[in-house]
Design a protein around this ligand. Structure first.
Ligand SMILES: [Zn+2]
Length: 421
């Protein structure tokens, strides 16, 4: 697989060259590169994930871009299989229908539609649905389940073709990909091209304030090129003939931003939610370099604490494992300096068991091995599911094991609850 990396010199939202490095992270391998050979896995190349801020519009972003075709080649994340997502999509579908009130049989488009899960509830209510996704395997799966999906990257040509063939869309969603697009300007131009005059565009992306408050470094990997906040988006959308009319925070993915957008001047008023979040962002100085630098200092602190704990445990002859070969796994292991500390990872994902983690070459065993091997400490890499993992593995704790939660601060959990550091 050939991978090309390019480094952009300008802000992804406003094209200003006035961008500054604010969070220096360790380079990480592509997150889905699990292989059957430990040496290949260990030698997997690493690519930068440094975080920059635009001094002009305040947008926080990555400037190193990994060629998208390669990035999605081996993409095996199925949104329909992720815990809590089908329910979330169903609620979102209700909300979208309630807000948009599309005519019977109207067209609803999902950009970055993955396995089609978001579109299922619309199709059940007899709307026309169309998914667009560049990942071959997930697009194939969506088509197989009856959700028509174009397997391609979004482009203006494709947007025009869809509009010509299908007419305008009454609702367009970009839930999985709004943080993923390198050329976000082109993406919203595609939306404008396909949207009906009274249609609405909905996007969801992890919210910068939640990343900072929760120290969610595990969610900073190559696919997430933008870490959005409301203020820079308002100006950006305006420049592209669009208008943000609602902005809400949602608990999904440990804190997301859901935006509702109309064609500029389409007539709906800008809701209080937009003004409220702008006020919150001003109060929290979210567009200030110093705020991101303080986050960087927290990451460094967490890395030092974790690495020294792991070193101490190794010196004491303790064994350390990890739970969850999720996309966030290689990120956390790299950022926390755990490369040589982890003996094995447990996970039941059929495409990962028996393979080795990218960049570290750590073997992945099924979760039942946790009780058989009884590592002294198990670091939870699947950070989103920490509470659930601790709850369902009581027996491991009862037998003397410990779980380690890394973010937002290091916690060690034993059979009697938290162990003081
Ligand atoms: Zn900018």
């Amino acid at each position: 697989m050939s991978v090309t990396v390019s480094h952009r010199q300008t802000c992804r939202l406003c094209s200003s060259p006035n961008v500054e490095l604010v969070v220096a992270l360790k380079p990480i391998p592509l997150s889905e590169g699990y292989t059957t050979d430990p040496e290949t896995a260990r030698l997997a190349p690493r690519y930068p994930v440094d975080v920059y801020m635009c001094r002009d519009c305040g947008h926080v972003q990555h400037l190193d871009f990994i060629d998208s075709e390669n990035l999605w080649d081996s993409y095996t994340y199925y949104s329909g299989a992720a815990k809590g997502m089908p329910e979330h999509f169903r609620q979102m579908a209700d909300k979208i229908l309630d807000t948009t009130k599309p005519p019977e049989g109207a067209l609803i488009i999902d950009i970055g539609s993955n396995d089609g899960s978001l579109l299922v509830p619309f199709k059940e209510r007899d709307y026309q649905v169309l998914g667009i996704d560049p990942a071959t395997e997930v697009a194939r799966r969506a088509n197989e389940r009856g959700i028509e999906t174009v397997c391609a990257l979004m482009s203006i040509d494709l947007a025009k073709k869809i509009r010509d063939e299908r007419g305008p869309a009454h609702a367009i969603c970009a839930f999985n990909v709004f943080a993923h697009a390198d050329d976000l300007g082109e993406m919203v131009d595609c939306v404008r091209t396909m949207l009906a005059p009274d249609g609405l565009f909905f996007f969801e992306a992890q919210y910068l304030l939640d990343i900072i408050d929760g120290v969610l470094i595990a969610s900073i990997f190559h696919e997430h090129m933008s870490h959005h906040s409301v203020k820079p988006l308002i100006e950006f959308l305006d420049r592209h003939g669009l208008e943000l009319i609602a902005a809400e925070r949602a608990p999904i993915q440990h804190g997301s931003l859901i935006g509702t957008v109309q064609l500029k001047g389409a007539g709906r008023p800008v809701e209080k939610s937009v003004h409220d979040l702008v006020a919150l962002e001003t109060e929290r100085a979210l567009d200030k370099i110093e705020t991101l630098k303080a986050f960087d200092a927290k990451v460094v602190d967490l890395r030092e604490t974790t690495a020294s704990l792991a070193k101490q445990w190794q010196a004491d002859g303790k064994t350390i494992a990890a739970f969850g070969a999720a996309r966030s796994g290689p990120t956390l292991m790299a950022q926390m300096g755990l490369r040589d500390a982890i003996s094995f990872i447990v996970d039941d994902h059929p495409q990962k068991v028996g393979k080795y983690s990218s960049g570290d070459g750590v073997p992945i065993y099924p979760t039942k091995e946790l009780l058989e091997r009884m590592p002294d400490y198990t670091i939870i890499l699947a950070w989103v599911h920490s509470a659930k993992i601790i709850e369902t593995n009581r027996e491991y704790l009862e037998k003397g094991g410990h779980f380690v939660v890394l973010c937002p601060e290091t916690r060690i959990v034993g059979k009697d609850g938290d162990v003081h550091l």
